[in-house]
Design a protein. Sequence first.
Lengths: 377, 102
Amino acid sequence: MKTFYVNARYLIVPVMTIATILGIFIGNTFAWLGVILFGANTIIDTLTRGIHLRADFDDNGNSFGIKRLQYAVMYFMLPAFIFLQVILAWRLYQYTAFIPFNDFSFFGIPYQDGITGFNLIGSVLSAGLWAGLGIIYGHELSHNRKEGFLTSRLIMALSGASHFTYAHVYNHHLDLGHEDDPATAPRGRNVYTHAWLSHAGQSQYSYNLEKEKLQRQRKSFFSLSNKWILGYLYSLPSIFLFVWAGGFLGVLSLIVVWSISNFLLEALNFMGHYGLIREKGKPVEHRHSWDNDNLFTSWFFIEIGRQGDHHVRGETYFWELDDVDAPNYGIGYFSLFVLTLIPSLFRKFTQNLLDDWDRNKATSAERKIANQFSNFS
Amino acid sequence: MFSLFKKKPSSYSATLSPSGKVINVKKGENLLTAALSAGIKWPYKCRVGSCGTCKCKITGGKISPEIDFSYVLNFEEMNTGYALACQTVLKTDVKVTINLKK
């Protein structure tokens, strides 16, 4: 029973992603299901903010997580997210081709042919929100076998962010808490600025990483050995699909989907290390990351909120990550995300947490760096 | 042909030099994790294959890299059998040269 509970609880996103796909497929106002689920998750996350659980192990210290099952689910999410784009493209085509409204059934699933502009907007927003949540699998797979790394790249490519996989492993894990890490938000920055700076900075890092590697290998920058270029090529099928499906409206829709999904990705980076400081070259410790591990956040985000343990034990499977007394926001990611949307509110919320970190967790060198940001408090 | 039916071992051994210590590495487990579990003070930092601190030289046996080593190891290291222990899984028993005094 425990084994079932530990493994089934991480299926929230796959189930809700399938529900979002079905909603867009069924059409009519069901196209807004993805948006509604996102809102419902925010409420559930807020209501469960007081519940924190530890990682589950049996008496012999073995985890209850079934590696093959969890990996199967993660790999399944690539075709799931592809299908999410395909189903949105289908709706775009229906709108631009003025397909008349008609009720049909597909293997017993009723759906409405044709879509209104209002429900197309719902489809686009639903797809963007759930494509953004794909990053939790892109992140987890970036830390695993070669095929996992490639799958991560492909999942991120669906959001035009294939560079993330390299930047996350080679830049963020090495440089977190330091100004050399574009994914770490310094104190005073808001999530909107961070979204742009982090995305561009990580892409630039990947560009430089690839350039240096190819120079060492005496290969041309402009070749298929260039993973930075290849990453953007992986995104071409999405672009072609949306151009074909909806022309100019298709391109606009893809821009909206990518903007939402990348914003969610960078919001997670923003929340993960906001304002925390590490002296360059010093070891990464638990205190250099924010944990965010209330029950719903933990299960929904497959323990991505256990940043403290993850950054010290990067090779650890997500279901084995634990509470390591890292700095903790105390509320879930959905709730925190809402706060980040109002920068002054977020700064007010985090001020006491950062003051406490400066007093009780920072080294004197880190406190010295933190003082440079005191104007933003 | 019959090797297809041969049961694959559940673990391999890694013989470290110059210390001479032998550690047991479970199938699928990376070399660094196995070493740390055995109480070996193997140098490491990031544990995700990005810093190179855990690099070692594989002088015998076969390994499977979990990540592309060429982003961290230089040309000479790549060609002389160096590997990142945190991203190395064993395919056979191996011999490893590692400077444990780093």
